[in-house]
Design a binder for this molecule. Structure first.
Ligand SMILES: O=C(O)CCC(=O)C(=O)O
Ligand SMILES: [Fe+2]
Length: 359
């Protein structure tokens, strides 16, 4: 899926890699060394397909650009298809602002909770309550104290060999013992993925059904079933069994890949975008095929099934600047005091939840 081959083996000679480089965030080399704030290298976005403007012009005058069709499907939002890419569906603004906020919060609060795994498991083991710990400025303390020894640090949670401690109370020289500590805010910033439902084992590139897991939460299941419907055969219902939540910060990208670990490719992957706007690349069966670039905004849904699942795809860029991020309505919706931590996070981040039927 996101195997390291996606960027390393894939040389810059492939069309996919060249397009990734075209849109990737680079800083101008001379501005980096200067005292001035570093400036992103300007990028030409004129070839990026914009389904928001396609949708707006369709609503105004029933007009669609060549190669784009609208599916005859009774849905609140229009469902667009690409004529030369069967199995690919784009539903712009499919989620209301309220739904977007709900799923941003869930992605930060409950989705990274064990038994769901995250990229932090490999180094830190299971971490509980990350968002709350970041909100209350705690540190993850890896304690070298032997079990049973006295411990004077304020302890809020005690899991395995690490625990949350208040930053003010934490002193690495407590008891003269060396402790490793990492601010929860740093761990939250470095959260890259979490897996829901059946757990995906990245090292084996397969689902490991023996790992403990919870079912996909009911509300997410219902949403995925509803959104998958335009891509399902008549009379069939999508069965959400696993989901991967991707977290992107400024400069992060998801290299070109195929999602090929699910048994039945006729079933769609339901992929929802939250937060800052991104560029999505939809390539062909080979990395040598020139990919199409399109914007993904908060609330957009993409479905990929059938032939579309054989196409390389990836996310080379997210936009975190005010002008391009396009999260004004989200910011307004999250302006309440209680939501500040989510707002601070999402102002410079994108979250993607993609839901899969595994069997
Ligand atoms: O972030 C996205 O929009 C795409 C995610 C994706 O392709 C994946 O997780 O397999
Ligand atoms: Fe993917």
């Amino acid at each position: 899926m996101y195997g390291s081959d996606s960027v390393n083996v894939d040389s810059e000679r492939t069309a996919f890699r060249r397009t990734e480089k075209k849109y990737k965030l680079y800083y101008d080399s001379n501005s980096k060394s200067s005292k001035k704030k570093k400036q992103p290298r300007p990028v030409d976005l004129s070839e990026v397909i914009d389904f928001k403007s396609i949708s707006e012009s369709f609503a105004r005058n029933d007009d669609l650009p060549a190669g784009v069709s609208k599916l005859e499907y009774h849905f609140d939002s229009p469902v667009f298809c690409l004529d030369n890419c069967p199995g690919f569906y784009f539903i712009p603004a499919a989620l209301s602002i309220e739904e977007q906020c709900k799923w941003i919060k869930e992605s930060l609060v409950s989705f990274p909770q064990p038994p769901n795994r995250t990229n932090h498991n490999a180094f830190h083991g299971a971490i509980h309550d990350l968002l709350n710990a970041a909100k209350t400025k705690q540190m993850l303390v890896k304690d070298k104290t032997e079990p049973g020894e006295d411990n004077t640090i304020a302890v809020d949670v005690n899991i395995h060999n690490h625990r949350w401690a208040c930053s003010e109370e934490f002193d690495s020289s407590v008891n003269g013992k060396s402790c490793e500590s990492i601010p929860a805010s740093v761990l939250l910033r470095k959260l890259r993925w979490s897996t829901l439902g059946l757990q995906f084992d990245w090292s084996k590139r397969s689902y490991n059904v023996s790992l403990p897991h919870n079912k996909i939460p009911d509300a997410l299941c219902q949403l995925a079933k509803r959104m998958a419907a335009p891509a399902m055969a008549v009379g069939e219902e999508f069965q959400p069994e696993a989901a991967i939540v991707n977290y992107f910060g400024s400069g992060d990208m998801l290299g070109g890949h195929l999602d090929d670990m699910e048994a039945d490719w006729s079933k769609p992957i339901v992929s929802m975008s939250l937060g800052c706007k991104a560029i999505f690349l939809l390539g062909g069966r080979s990395r040598n095929d020139e990919p199409l670039a399109m914007f993904l905004r908060s609330g957009d849904i993409v479905l990929m099934c059938g032939e579309a699942r054989e196409r390389f795809h990836g996310v080379p860029r997210i936009f975190t600047d005010m002008e391009n991020a396009e999260i004004g309505s989200l910011e307004k919706q999250m302006s309440a005091e209680d939501d500040i931590c989510y707002l601070e996070y999402i102002k410079t981040s994108r979250i993607n939840i993609n839901i899969r039927q595994v069997f």
